[in-house]
Design a protein. Structure first.
Length: 306
């Protein structure tokens, strides 16, 4: 009996040892697999970091010139963006000519510049010619008057009548008995094209004067009694009054809500998609889309497109 009990105990011990051995083997296998996975993940992370560092280093070492031409309304944005961009990439020079949207897109089409600036959507013929519309910011168009004017809100219908000459005196709108001096931009201006299109008065405006820059319109309206004009929202200062249209003030909030009539895109057009451009131009657009670039857009009073 004792011999049988001893045999059973020995057999149990051997079985336990065998099972324990199997457990250790499985644990060792699992541990090895986990180690291999960790090593692989670590290597992948290191490879990714190395690739990113190499790409950043290559970008930082870029040198050359990026040329832009076009909208005068985009001057404030372009100057601020260029300055910020060249601080980060000292080897790259950015040149900008403010020739008007139409002229800028013509320069792009001819291949004399890398980017054509337009303060309006591209026309069908421009798109069919190979230009690609890259919207980098949203701008509001403010309707401005001299500071002595007492009419501070106009309906879109009456505003259209002012620009077509149907309303010619402020007294017709409850203001002073004073002639309305209609100021606008020159033909080919993106601001003019956008304003007339949005107000549905294209080719029907009766301008007293057509000026060739945003700054000129601002200065002329500020110094001319009875004057009315339109400028980019971001250049409005306390020398003029920015009036409401249909009771809605020209503010970023109202534009984002879609409640303000006169808003337009700021476009940096390229010949072909951005992905097909040279490394300098790609870097420029990458910067515009970065947090630093978005900060510049906000600082100059424009809206970041969604």
């Amino acid at each position: 009996m004792k011999k049988k009990l001893l045999a059973v105990l020995c057999a149990t011990g051997l079985l336990t040892a065998a099972l324990t051995g199997c457990g250790n083997s499985e644990a060792q296998t699992t541990g090895a697999e986990q180690t291999e996975t960790t090593v692989a993940e670590t290597q992948e992370t290191e490879d990714t970091q190395a690739t990113e560092e190499t790409a950043a280093e290559d970008t930082a070492n870029l040198s050359g010139t990026i040329s832009l031409a076009g909208s005068t309304s985009m001057e404030k944005l372009c100057e601020a963006m260029s300055e910020s961009f060249m601080e980060k990439y000292p080897g790259i020079t950015v040149t900008v000519e403010y020739t008007g949207s139409g002229a800028g897109l013509e320069s792009l089409a001819s291949g004399s510049v890398d980017i054509g600036n337009s303060s309006r959507h591209l026309k069908d013929e421009e798109l069919s010619g190979g230009a690609v519309e890259n919207v980098v910011a949203i701008d509001g168009i403010a309707v401005i008057e001299d500071k002595e004017n007492t009419v501070t809100d106009i309906s879109a219908e009456d505003l259209a009548k002012i620009y077509t000459g149907e309303i010619s005196n402020w007294s017709e709108l409850g203001g002073k008995d004073e002639a309305i001096v209609v100021i606008g931009r020159e033909a080919g201006s993106g601001t003019r094209d956008a304003f007339e299109e949005l107000l549905e008065v294209a080719d029907n405006c009766a301008y007293a004067q057509e000026l060739d820059s945003t700054g000129a319109v601002l200065a002329k309206v500020a110094s001319t009694p009875g004057a009315i004009g339109y400028v980019s929202l971001d250049v409005v200062d306390d020398s003029v009054i920015a009036i409401s249209i249909d009771g809605t003030e020209p503010t970023e909030e109202k534009i984002l809500e879609g409640n303000y009539l006169l808003s337009r895109p700021f476009v940096m057009a390229t010949n072909g998609e951005i992905s097909t451009q040279n490394d300098l131009v790609k870097t420029w657009f990458d910067y515009i889309k970065s947090e630093d670039g978005k900060s510049v857009i906000s600082q100059v009073g424009l809206i970041i497109p969604e």
